[in-house]
Design a protein around this ligand. Structure first.
Ligand code: CMP
Length: 137
């Protein structure tokens, strides 16, 4: 069934000039870009977006990284898009992500891993309403 998911093309990707490459992969797959905005996250937004991670050891440097410059937030739609996008981005750690995935091909870090995507229908709903409150879901 057609679903929507929330994707963040992170500040490392924008800095490295990989926004077009990453958007192109999603487009070539046949997914539809329904909304797209460039935005620099502030601390409060980072805490909300990563509510599940705020108490973890890796969170302070993650927050610094995610607020370090503009990122692209996008709404993608398509058949089972949540799982499809998770498969396309690959494992969290770019050093371990499979070749052929975005992280596997383009990232070499566990933190600066280019892309975030919702991992379940529940997180998609939460993250979409956080980033695109004007979009009716
Ligand atoms: P993301 O999919 O955005 O979800 C949480 C983010 O935290 C993850 O991508 C990485 O950027 C980061 N992350 C997760 N685990 C670690 C870790 N062990 N060390 C550093 N960063 C991490």
């Amino acid at each position: 069934p057609t679903e929507r998911t929330l994707v963040l093309v992170k500040p490392d990707a924008v800095r490295r000039g990989l926004l077009g490459e990453i958007l192109g992969r999603f487009e070539r797959k046949g997914l539809v870009v329904e909304a797209l905005v460039l935005r620099t996250m502030d601390a409060a937004m980072a805490d909300q977006h990563y509510a599940d991670h705020v108490d973890k050891d890796f969170y302070p440097p993650l927050k610094d990284f995610m607020t370090s410059g503009p990122l692209a937030a996008l709404v993608l739609s398509g058949d089972t898009v949540i799982d499809v996008v998770r498969a396309m981005i690959g494992a969290t750690d770019g050093r371990k992500a499979a070749a052929g995935t975005i992280r596997g091909d383009l990232a070499l870090s566990n933190r600066e891993n280019l892309v975030h995507a919702s991992d379940s229908p529940e997180s998609a709903k939460r993250e979409l309403s956080l980033w695109f409150p004007e979009l009716s879901l």
